[in-house]
Structure formats: C-alpha cells, structure tokens
Design a protein around this ligand. Structure first.
Ligand code: FAD
Length: 489
C-alpha cells in the first residue's frame, strides 16, 4: 500500500486555479500506453505531497493545483512514450515517487499529468562482488533493504522517510540518510542512472567507480527534482551488513562545545555513522537526557569491529570537552527516530510548523546557529525555533532547524512565508546554503536566484537544452516556466 500525506484531504479544490487541461485525445493516447486515472478524488490526492503548508490547505479541502490525470507506467519504454505524448500536446508532467517531498516538489504547479513512478518497482541485478544493486526508481526503502539483506548487503541510506520515499525520489532530491556521516548522501551512493529525457530519449550515466570522461552526468540529474529528466533505474553502492555496532552519548555545556567536538572527530578522519548534536531545547525532548541547559550528542558506529573501536576512541577523545552520558539515549533515539505524529497533531491545532536544513563550513556554524534561531524567533506569532546538527563532513555540517508559530487562522500562510523569509535569508547571509537534503521545490524557489547567483542561469540553460518545451515539473527549483509565473507565494 502506497503511503499518502498524513492529513486527510477534505475536498479537491485547486487553490491555484485550474491548471493545464488534458484533452480527450491525449487521454486516449496515454491510456494506450499505461494505466490512467482521471477521477477527481484520485487526481486531487496525487497532486499533493508532505509540504507542511499544503497540509493546512488539505484540511480546508484544497490542493495546490489539481492534475488532470495520473499515469502509472511500469517500464522505461512507457515513461518515454508518455513524455513524447505530453510534449506533443504541451502538457506539463510532474514525476512523482512516494510524494514525501516537504517542499511541494512533487505537487504539480500547473495541473497537467502526474507521472506516478511507483510501478517501476523491480530490484534487478545484485553484483555481490562489487557491492552494486540495480533498483527501479519506484522501489521503496524497506523493500530495497530487505532484498539486499538476503545477500548480506545494505545501502545504508536511512532517511527518516524510509517507508515513504522511493529510490528515484532520493536521487531527484539529493537526499540524506541518518547514517550519512559514514555512508554519504545519496549522490555519493549512486554508481549510475538510467534517465528518460523530455523527448523520450533514454540516457545511461556513470557505471564505474570513477571516471575522467567529461563532467559527471549522474550528478547533473541528482537533485534535478524531476525538471531535467525522469529517473527510471538507479545503480547504488552497497556494503556488507555490519557485524559490529557501538553506541555512546555525551553532554555539553553549550552547542558550540558540541560542534567543536564533532569538528575534531571529522578532522581526525573518523566517520561515525550517526553523529547528532541537539541544542538545549531539543535535548530536553523525550529520551534525550537534557535539563534545558545542556546539549546532547548521540553517536553510533557500525562495521568492522576494529574500525568501530578506533572510531569510538577518536570520538571519546574529542568529547573530553563534554561529559559522558548514558548510551541508552541512543537506544531511545533509534526507537522513536521516524515518529512524525507531532507534525500532524500541531497542524490540526493551527500551528505553522516546518523544518529548514542547511549546510555550512565549520567556521560559520556557531554564528548561524545563533542568528537563524534569533531571526525565526523574531517573527510575529513565533513560538519555537530549535536546532540540531545531523550530518557531518570534513569541512562542515548540516544544521537542521525546526520552527513553529501559532498565528490567527487567517494569518497561517503569511506567517509561514514570513518564517521562511526570516530563516532562509539569515542562513544565506551567514554563509549557509539553500538546502542540505530536502531540496527546493516550490517553497524555496523564490530564494534560488539569491542562493545560486549566475549558477541559476547555467541551470536554466541546461533546462532549455534538455527540455525546450519546459514540460518537466514546471514551477520548481526557481526555473522559469512556459505555463506562467510561479503561482506561489
Ligand atoms: C516525515 C518525513 C521525513 C523526511 N526525512 C528525510 C530525511 O531524513 N532525509 C531526506 O533526504 N529527506 C527526508 N524527507 C524528504 C523526502 O522524503 C525526500 O525528499 C525523498 O527523497 C523524496 O522521495 P519521494 O520518492 O517521496 O519523492 P517525491 O516526493 O515523490 O518527489 C520529490 C521530487 O523528486 C521528483 N521525482 C521523484 N521521483 C522521480 C524520478 N523517478 N525521476 C525524476 N524525478 C523524480 C519529483 O518530481 C519531485 O520533484 C522527509 C520527508 C518526510 C515527510
């Protein structure tokens, strides 16, 4: 059973007006290629993802824009034929996997067709010698991991949305798993891709552990959020299922002390799979052991016991700035790490809630931590702005901010926009980037020019070359659309 956003949709009205229609001729053409559904309740539900603002709209019976049809291909050839037909009719196509995007990326901005890729769910060849698995774009995380376990392998990509997201969606958003400090983000785990372009051309990228054959085309499609091509097959790196695991926790008097410990760990070459530092507010959360004045660091490593022991030694050394805490805190985190029920409960009570994950060099993190929380807290109706560090690299880390506000009902949307404007602009001003792993979608599109500068011009030129009719996921990533100006904000 395919998961859907947790807030029920009480109607099907398109908030942004009628999108691009699909003629009966095109519907007939599409039906000859793959299963098509154009019932209003089905297209409405297929036109939303986990964008927190749209959950408020769902409770009011609205979706951002309603697709005219959902098409469900089961092969690369069918994907190519659907794209050729839609291109011929100048109809927008929004590729969709699990629709767990939190940015509106998987919600059509201009109606048209939603291309549901969850039927591409075949797990193909597993090369056990090299540790490479071939997975259809529509494979969900638990199915991938359980199949690989039969070969003694694991990809180790465990986003909080493991049950909700597909392999294609991971790649399209440059996602990150909770064990990424050891295994890397998804773009580090991809060996190669099969991608269908807007004109139906099928491209194979990568395929070797390294190459000097011009720019890396695999990376061009990683993070393209369905705007440059449709990913149909992904080859991923897999490692042996770990035989050893160790857990530890530490308490620090300040977030800055904890960040310094993480920096020293990474600078010394240790890469514990999990390294999560919570601010003083999040450290008071259930099972995190904080008293409101301390910051908790959770550490977990796995793999060859000799490497795990060495890693945990480096960690212990770097954490002398703090005090050891009970490793049971890691057990509690593992038990509750994918529970998102608070988001639903707060949304139903009228709270504006969202998360903003960014990356920055170590030298900028402490100022960003303070400035971004302060900027978020200064927005009228703000109730909370907290932070944790969730993924570390030799040169910096990801800070993950969570914010909440409780505005009057008629100010929900304007407060949401104000929180993002305040938070994201403080990040960019402080040397952080636009996103570490959630992506851009619709929500962050207005910041793309500011964040990418002339890089956005280059991206637009690539888009124009690969998709001159602009049918692929228009309205996303800050790219111009032939179907009109961005309908939001
Ligand atoms: C509770 C929760 C927790 C989350 N935790 C994490 C986390 O820990 N780490 C993380 O990285 N993300 C997280 N996310 C965000 C989300 O799960 C990821 O962005 C995920 O990678 C999206 O995958 P999906 O299959 O749901 O893609 P969708 O939401 O369906 O699509 C996302 C984007 O990718 C495009 N797309 C999807 N499939 C394809 C394809 N085959 N070809 C081309 N384009 C495609 C869509 O057009 C859209 O632009 C979380 C989301 C939720 C709701």
């Amino acid at each position: 059973m395919r998961p859907t956003p947790p807030i029920e949709l009480t109607g099907s009205a398109p908030r942004w007006g009628d999108g691009v229609a699909v003629t009966s001729e095109l519907l007939d053409q599409l039906r000859a290629i793959a299963p098509v559904d154009d019932a209003e309740d089905v297209t409405a539900d297929a036109s939303r993802d986990w964008w927190p603002l749209a959950m408020h709209w769902a409770l009011a019976g609205q979706v951002p824009s309603r697709a005219a049809a959902v098409v469900r291909p089961t092969s690369t050839e069918q994907v190519g034929a659907v794209l050729r037909a839609c291109r011929g009719a100048a109809v927008p196509v929004t590729p969709a996997g699990g629709r767990s995007a939190v940015t509106g990326a998987a919600a059509p901005a201009f109606g048209g067709v939603v291309l549901d890729l969850t039927g591409l769910d075949r797990i193909g060849d597993v090369d056990t010698v090299s540790g490479i698995v071939e997975a259809g774009a529509g494979v969900f995380g638990p199915d991938l991991e359980s199949t690989l376990a039969g070969y003694g392998l694991s990809v180790g990509h465990f986003p909080q949305s493991l049950e909700l997201a597909t392999v294609g969606g991971w790649v399209a958003c440059r996602g990150s798993g909770q064990y990424s400090t050891r295994y890397g983000k998804i773009e580090d785990l991809v060996v190669g891709l099969e991608v269908v372009l807007a004109d139906g051309t099928v491209v194979r990228t990568g395929g070797a552990p390294a190459a000097a054959t011009g720019p890396d085309l695999t990376q061009l499609f990683c993070g393209s959020e369905g705007t440059l091509g449709v990913v149909t097959t992904v080859w991923l790196r897999a490692h042996p299922v770990p035989v050893a695991e160790r857990r530890a926790a530490y308490s620090f008097a300040s977030f800055a002390d904890g960040v310094e410990a993480c920096r020293v760990i990474l600078r010394n070459g240790a890469t514990p799979a999990v390294l999560r530092l919570y601010d003083e507010v999040e450290s008071m959360g259930s099972g995190r052991g904080g008293d409101g004045s301390s910051c908790t660091l959770l550490v977990l490593d796995e793999g060859d016991p000799r490497i795990v022991d060495a890693t945990m030694d480096v960690v212990a050394d770097a954490c002398r700035l703090g005090a050891p805490a009970s490793a049971a805190l890691v057990d509690a985190w593992l038990e509750h790490r994918n529970d998102t029920s608070a988001l639903q409960a707060l949304t139903r009570k009228g709270y504006v809630v969202d998360t903003m994950e960014i990356a920055a060099p170590w030298s900028r993190l402490d100022a960003l931590f303070r400035d971004v929380r302060a900027a978020l807290s200064a927005v009228p109706h703000a109730r909370a702005a907290t932070c944790h560090l969730s993924h570390s690299y030799t040169d910096g880390a990801c800070l993950y901010f969570t914010f909440a506000a409780l505005p009057p009902a008629d100010l929900v949307e304007s407060t949401y926009v104000a929180m993002w404007d305040a938070g994201q602009r403080a990040v960019l001003a402080g040397g952080g980037n636009l996103s570490h792993h959630h992506g851009v979608g619709i929500n962050r599109a207005r910041f793309a020019a500011e964040a990418l500068g002339e890089g956005l011009t280059v991206l637009a030129a690539v888009k124009a070359a690969l998709d001159p009719a602009g049918i692929l996921n228009p309205g996303k990533l800050g790219l111009a659309s032939p179907f009109g100006a961005s309908p939001w904000p």
